[in-house]
Design a protein around this ligand. Structure first.
Ligand SMILES: Cc1cc2nc3c(=O)[nH]c(=O)nc-3n(C[C@H](O)[C@H](O)[C@H](O)COP(=O)(O)O)c2cc1C
Ligand code: SF4
Ligand code: SF4
Length: 256
């Protein structure tokens, strides 16, 4: 099988699950390639479905839904009888990470056919605590689940994450978060520790950051993915409103 896994990941959890699955597919002698979603949404790559037998789609749960970039990507997909699997990472098991109904409906309307679905409860990258022992425990649990999922996918075994209760409330919450993300997009602040290395600008998945005359300019397209905050080498980035909900510092997932 030729498998392409397209994922969005702000701070590395979803990317890591994609990597674990890729390794398992390769161990089963399947062909598997990974592609960050922003390669497509920023127009750096184009998707040729003819090259792939199976597509994997992954996202981090944001307010019990997928981030906007995931929906933007779905809107760019062609009609096809395309088998796919879906996975999401969340920082808690609350309401099973929300509903995937809208995603599944969008894809089903295009003719895409769901083969497998999985939720990985990873350490939270915000809105919680991430002690090293919790990070380690959750990661290893998710790693074995991802390995099992990959084997199940190869064996053609279906799986569905139980549908979240209070579906309408979940989507209302998600609408609020998406509104909040754009409203607070310009509220990132950069302090004097900044060395103007340019990493945040080059890594932002929505091209929301530009450095002009030595100053950061944030646009209105923030996804609240936290990547700029997470990866700044000198911890120079903060957010005016989100500060109380951010972790004290980013964590590193255990090596495999
Ligand atoms: C803006 C935002 C909203 C989030 N909302 C939820 C949520 O509703 N439920 C949840 O369990 N985790 C939530 N999380 C935590 C992430 O889903 C979780 O840490 C995820 O694994 C991060 O994946 P990533 O590292 O690939 O970005 C949220 C994180 C952020 C930044
Ligand atoms: S990553 Fe940090 S140090 Fe580098 S330009 Fe951005 S804010 Fe400045
Ligand atoms: S500005 Fe930061 S949090 Fe917002 S989309 Fe860009 S990298 Fe993510």
């Amino acid at each position: 099988m030729r498998i392409l896994i397209i994922y969005f990941s702000g701070t590395g959890n979803t990317a890591r699950m994609a990597e674990v699955m890729q390794r398992e597919f390769l161990a089963k002698r399947e062909h598997c390639v990974l592609m960050p979603m922003e390669e497509f949404t920023l127009g750096k790559a184009s998707l040729d479905l003819g090259q792939w037998d199976l597509i994997g789609l992954g996202y981090p749960v944001h307010a019990l839904d997928a981030p906007q970039i995931f929906y933007d990507f779905l809107d760019s997909l062609p009609q096809a009888r395309q088998p796919y699997f879906l996975f999401k990472t969340a920082g808690s098991s609350i309401l099973n990470g929300g509903s995937t109904l809208r995603i599944r409906e969008k894809l089903s309307n295009l003719g895409w056919r769901l083969r497998h679905e999985q939720l990985y409860v990873m350490p939270p990258n915000a809105f919680g605590t991430a002690r090293p022992s919790k990070v380690e425990k959750r990661y290893y649990r998710c790693r074995s689940l991802a390995q099992r999922s990959a084997r199940a996918i190869v064996a053609g075994i279906k799986n569905r994450v139980p549908e979240a209760p209070f579906q309408k409330s979940c989507y209302a919450f998600a609408r609020l978060e998406k509104h909040g993300a754009s409203q607070s997009s310009k509220r990132w602040i950069v302090n004097s520790n900044c060395t103007l290395c340019g990493l945040c600008e080059s890594q932002c998945p929505s091209a929301n950051i530009s450095i002009q005359d030595g100053k950061h300019v944030f646009g209105e397209k923030c996804l609240l993915c936290l990547r700029c905050w997470w990866n700044c080498p000198v911890r120079a980035i903060d957010h005016k409103f989100l500060h109380p909900f951010l972790l004290k510092e980013p964590y590193t997932l255990p090596e495999d």
